[in-house]
Design a protein around this ligand. Sequence first.
Ligand code: PMP
Length: 361
Amino acid sequence: MKRALNFNAGPAALPEDVLKRAQSEWLNIDNTGMSVMELSHRSDTFETIHNHAIQTLKELMDIPENYDVLFLQGGASLQFSMIPMNLLKADSLADYVLTGSWSEKALQEAKKIGTTRVVASTKDVNYTSIPKLSDIVYNQDAAYLHITSNNTIYGTQWNVFPDTKNVPLVADMSSDILSKKIDVSKFGLIYAGAQKNLGPSGITVVIIRKDLISDSLDEIPTMLNYHTHQASNSLYNTPPTLAIYLLSLVLDWAKDLGGITKIEENNAKKAELLYHAIDSSDGFYQGHAKPDSRSYMNVTFTLPNKEIEQEFLQKAKDAGFIGLNGHRSVGGCRASIYNAVPLEHCQELADFMKNFKKTYQ
Ligand code: PMP
């Protein structure tokens, strides 16, 4: 069976090898006579999988010793609330950079918890770019500065991160975690829903500098307190065992492939194929993002008018391409090319785009 040409924005394509491995262990994992879903989360087999996933992520991302990796639930969306609940004290302020709908949502939730400031925004240019680092207002009294490292809907991505000095930099990396090398020590907290680059939905990864976790925040509900999860190695309550298992397989796959260096190289090739198809189309395809803010994960573009766009999407669908419709809030087209999307699929899409354009000349 040929695998789908899957350009979904998330949940998204998973590596075929991971699915095959899971299939081979489906009925009997580690000679237990059970599937991973039927194991106790307190069993040795599951705890080994769980700790292996944490360890492999630390290795792949070169996470320093003074950081903890937490596996949580509630998606990246719950982090919009947990971050201010845990990091924003009554007498302080949280700074937000707005680069799209997800950063707006993060800000909305923080406002319910405490006082916030918007220290840069590209809303006035329809989120076509990432602000210049020099246009951000840096407040040294901020509890943290929040950014969205990759804007899944608009197709923009930070290339260089702001230097916030002593203020913890908090980043929503839901759509570009593990896609390129980053220096974790520059961040106070990184969070990501797994369903794009890390595995299936149902698990959220939080990488947090240990000193930002307080054990004195008794007023925060237990499940929303980072300390609860840190103190119990993310096994305070029943974790999403299947999702954690699949995450561990995806991380093994990434390591076997050659780690982040190789992944980053592949992602650049994939993105270049599609951006080249856009840039060499004499304006037939228009990229939404300004070239210096382009995302290597979500390639967003429009066609000359809505009718041609609909025809493109229909023909692409007929040809087997999945998930090319832009987000319902902005329309247009979007190809999400996360780590597990093969280069060949991007080549097929680039060829399809070139051929479709020819039918109009
Ligand atoms: N942040 C970003 C950048 C996203 O792309 C998404 C989901 N597409 C979210 C947050 C929300 O994630 P979740 O659905 O896991 O809550």
